[in-house]
Design a protein around this ligand. Structure first.
Ligand SMILES: *Cc1c(COP(=O)(O)O)cnc(C)c1O
Length: 422
């Protein structure tokens, strides 16, 4: 029986046997007991899935991995130390020096830096495309060394909704993986595997945790990409000499197996049991929370769009938003809590507005149960000139708002009184 999201949120990933704890325990142990040598040897041959060292797998982390994988409809998942490490490990599972990545330019700032600055230092090039680029423009960036195409379901902070149909078709045509960062939609609102993605990455520090309690990331393998005989991926088709000649393409979840057996083994960056436990608890209410985040943000967006002191609002729930139609297709049950809007005024007016808020608080974080707000031009982007801000798509008057699960009327009243002060 295929269970619905609300059921998976509270049931998937862990099923205790008689007398065992109802929810996963925090398995705070680096290492595991073995009675005989052969049992341990089997682990190193990937013939046994017994736990032996928490850098490779840990029962608490397994519970969370199972739940996120079930929610995404994937084959296997890997809990990572952070969202950034999930993306980093994903890139290293596929790329080596001389390879390249083709990525939407509308991605999270940390990802933009990883792809644009850090990976090039290791000989991995990134070719960015405008989210509104044509299929021909995107295709012109792909060559035989391209290992994956990357984008975000809902981009942070531009709130662009990814054009799955267009990009998935290109990926398919060229036999290249499509990797999607699904952080801001969460598996409750969108399942990218249904729209052609092959691997999904999450920053679980956001909606999956939902309480701003634990940093983490999750990689999910859709198990839906045929590596076998694909000349683009020799590392999946040739024996891995660091793993007794294992050929990943022959396995059920080639990507996740290579990522864990090779990259987690060599690079670490695994999720801590304590963080997996907190995130597991958070995901119990994911579907419920995403419903409220989406309802609240639609109400707040409509309020802001009708306010005379607001120049513009970006949220896909608004009928005139450029991504409204796309959101109807890929995010039919809600568009999540992230939005941005522009105050009709200059830097000082924006600052005055921010200081006047009482319920909504200033934070650099997004996507947890409490509403939070940021004015990039006076904080994260304060080094940039007015012209550079425009170029970065972050105009001086842009305010980023992450709508929480409070009562929407309280949020609107707070915004209204702050706007009355400017
Ligand atoms: C926050 C975020 C990340 C990075 O995640 P961390 O857990 O902070 O490392 C990656 N992608 C998106 C879309 C994010 O919002």
């Amino acid at each position: 029986m295929e269970l619905k999201k609300d059921t998976l949120c509270v049931q998937a990933g862990y099923s205790p046997k008689t007398g065992e704890s109802r929810i996963p325990q925090i398995c705070q142990s680096t290492t595991f007991f073995f009675g005989d040598t052969q049992a341990m040897a089997d682990c190193f041959d990937l013939k046994s899935d017994a736990y032996f060292y928490s850098r490779l797998a840990n029962p608490t982390v397994t519970a969370l991995e199972g739940k996120v994988s079930a929610l995404e409809g994937g084959k296997a998942a890997i809990g990572c130390a952070s969202g950034m490490s999930a993306t980093m490990l994903t890139a290293f599972t596929l790329c080596e020096a001389g390879d390249n990545i083709v990525s939407s330019a509308s991605v999270y700032g940390g990802t933009f830096n990883l792809f644009g600055t850090t990976l090039p230092k290791l000989g991995i090039e990134c070719r960015f495309f405008d989210p509104d680029a044509t299929a021909e423009e995107i295709e012109s960036l792909i060559d035989e060394k391209t290992k994956f195409i990357f984008g975000e379901t809902i981009a942070n902070p531009s709130i662009v909704v990814f054009d799955f149909d267009k990009v998935a078709e290109i990926a398919k045509k060229h036999g290249v993986l499509l990797i999607i960062d699904n952080t801001l939609a969460s598996p409750a609102l969108c399942n990218p595997f249904k729209f052609g993605a092959n691997v999904i990455v999450h920053s679980s520090s956001k909606y999956l945790d939902g309480h701003a309690a634990a940093l983490g990331g999750v990689i999910v393998d859709g198990g839906n990409f045929d590596f076998k005989g694909n000349p683009r991926y020799p590392a999946f088709n040739l024996p891995d000499e660091s793993y007794h000649g294992l050929v990943y393409a022959n396995l059920d979840a080639p990507f996740a197996t290579k990522c864990r057996a090779q990259m987690i083994r060599d690079l670490g960056a695994i999720m801590a049991p304590q963080n997996a436990f907190l995130t597991y608890l958070g995901t119990d209410t994911l579907a419920l929370r995403m419903e409220r985040h989406s309802k609240n943000s639609a109400k707040v967006a409509a309020f802001l769009a009708s306010h005379p002191k607001i120049a513009w609002v970006k949220h896909a729930s608004l009928p005139n938003d450029p991504y409204h139609e796309r959101a109807n297709k890929y995010l039919p049950n809600g568009q999540g809590g992230m939005m941005s809007f522009g105050i009709d005024g200059d830097l000082s007016l924006c600052a005055k507005f921010m200081e006047s808020l009482n319920v909504i608080t200033q934070e650099t974080h997004v996507a947890d149960c409490r509403s939070c707000i940021l004015h990039p031009a006076s904080t994260t982007h304060r080094q940039l000139s007015k012209e550079d801000l425009e170029k970065a798509g972050v105009p001086e008057n842009l305010i980023r708002l992450s709508v929480g699960i409070e009562d929407a009327d309280d949020l609107i009243a707070d915004l209204e009184q702050a706007l009355a002060r400017i």
